[in-house]
Write a new protein. Structure first.
Length: 91
């Protein structure tokens, strides 16, 4: 049987103006550290104003940035624990 030993909560915040949406994603890790990431979306002047779509794109980009930072963090921790340079972690 599988047991959950830890959970992460990701927080997302958005800032929007007429044609740009910015997103910030943040996760607090069990050791108390935080990782923050950013994403952005721009609306083309011929597109209709759909704030939800801008949030989805900017949010997805922020989450992708967060994922890449977490992979880099894990890679560094593997190297530090092993004392050698490991193979890159790919998505």
């Amino acid at each position: 049987m599988m047991h959950t030993t830890v959970g992460w909560h990701v927080e997302m915040e958005f800032q929007e103006d007429d044609d740009r949406t910015r997103a910030v994603a943040m996760v607090r890790l069990p050791d108390g550290s935080e990782v923050r990431a950013h994403g952005q979306a721009s609306r083309h002047h011929t597109d209709s104003n759909q704030p939800r779509v801008g949030e989805e794109i900017a949010g997805a980009r922020a989450l992708n940035d967060l994922a890449m930072q977490m992979l880099a963090k894990a890679h560094g921790e593997i190297d530090a624990a092993s004392g050698r340079t490991s193979h890159p972690i790919h998505v």
